[in-house]
Design a protein around this ligand. Structure first.
Ligand code: XMP
Length: 315
């Protein structure tokens, strides 16, 4: 475990050496990139510009939550609304790997434009150790292609700066606390957002369903934790499946979609176990999802698989 104070002092010096002029910072609102952005702001002042992109693939209330987090952390940033552009890039794409690549490519284009506009070729990213370890290198199996690490093509003029790349999640959390970032215990959320939690076609309607279902899972789990019914899990979310299934409302049989609920315990996301959630909590989740999405989602499943053999996300 690194000592946060020592780490920060050294990281500031390194950043000043690595960024002679200006840089932009990719700030998603996650703990890693928020820590990287604040670090860059401390080291470089207004020579660093944090950019927050609303991809249209975020959870319910996310842009507002991020705005509040940045305000409370004292981070100055530029918000960019880009949902149209990301949805267009995903049009007709069903394959999860292609989704990730399209999203990665769109991020690169967008950050290239932002960097050019700010007069730099540097991009600070909050990459941490598990990102590149799991993203696969010459000697590793490619488990993930998503982490932005592999995402910057050699032809791009962007030069990556990754001040947190040797840290593990618990170390980043300690650093975030030291930087004064509130609620550092927030659950991780994947860069490609709801695109990896919507199986099959991604469109505004299916994103809306995933968003509603996910909000129910978050609210019910957080309520159960507050009521001492269960321990706080590492991650808890909903996945909209690419399945048509039959339900019944009143006297009518209807074809709708299915949602899988994923709630896991983990320390560093490298391995995870499916949480033993009280049946009453799961029942509340199922009832609310089907009630809030009538005739659209007619079935709710609970994923009982550990990692390995499954991953935490579905896609
Ligand atoms: P998996 O699904 O590989 O996930 O067991 C391990 C951890 O990484 C997160 N994750 C992602 N994070 N981009 C990200 O930035 C992604 O594409 C992505 N896929 C998974 C996942 O939420 C979990 O915490």
């Amino acid at each position: 475990m690194v000592d946060p104070k020592t780490f920060l002092a050294e990281a500031v010096e390194k950043l000043r050496a690595e960024v002679p002029g200006r840089t932009i910072v990719a700030a998603s609102g996650g703990i890693d990139s928020t820590a990287a952005a604040l670090l860059a702001q401390q080291a470089l002042g207004d020579r660093a510009r944090a950019v927050f992109v609303d991809t249209g693939l975020l959870r319910a209330g996310e842009p507002e939550r991020v705005a509040e987090l940045f305000r409370a952390s004292g981070l100055v940033y530029r918000p960019v609304e880009a949902s149209e552009r990301f949805l267009k890039a995903l049009q007709g794409v069903r394959d999860p790997e292609r989704k990730r690549k399209r999203i990665g490519a769109e991020f690169v284009h967008l950050f290239e434009e932002e960097a050019a506009e700010f007069g730099t070729d540097r991009l600070v990213q909050g990459t941490i150790a598990p990102d590149w370890i799991e993203s696969g290198g010459a000697l590793r199996d490619t488990i993930k292609t998503h982490h932005n690490v592999g995402g910057i093509p050699k032809t791009s003029r962007l030069k990556l700066v990754e001040p947190l790349r040797d840290l593990y999640k618990d170390e980043v959390r300690a650093i975030a606390r030291e930087l004064g970032i509130p609620e550092p215990g927030r659950q991780p959320f994947p860069g490609p957002g709801l695109a990896v939690r919507v199986h099959g076609a991604v469109d505004r309607d299916r994103l809306r369903r995933a968003r509603v279902a996910n909000a129910v899972v978050e609210q019910e789990v957080e309520r159960a934790v507050a009521a001492n019914e269960m321990r706080p899990p590492w991650q808890y979310f909903a996945v909209l499946l690419d399945a048509r299934t039959v339900g019944v409302t009143g006297d009518n049989r209807v074809h709708g979609e299915a949602v899988s609920v994923r709630i896991v315990e983990s320390v560093d996301a490298m391995t995870a176990t499916a949480a033993a959630v009280p049946p009453a909590v799961l029942a509340r989740i199922a009832r609310r999802i089907t009630r809030e999405l009538p005739r659209e989602v007619v079935r709710v499943l609970y994923d009982v698989t550990d990692k390995p053999p499954a991953t935490i996300e579905w896609e």
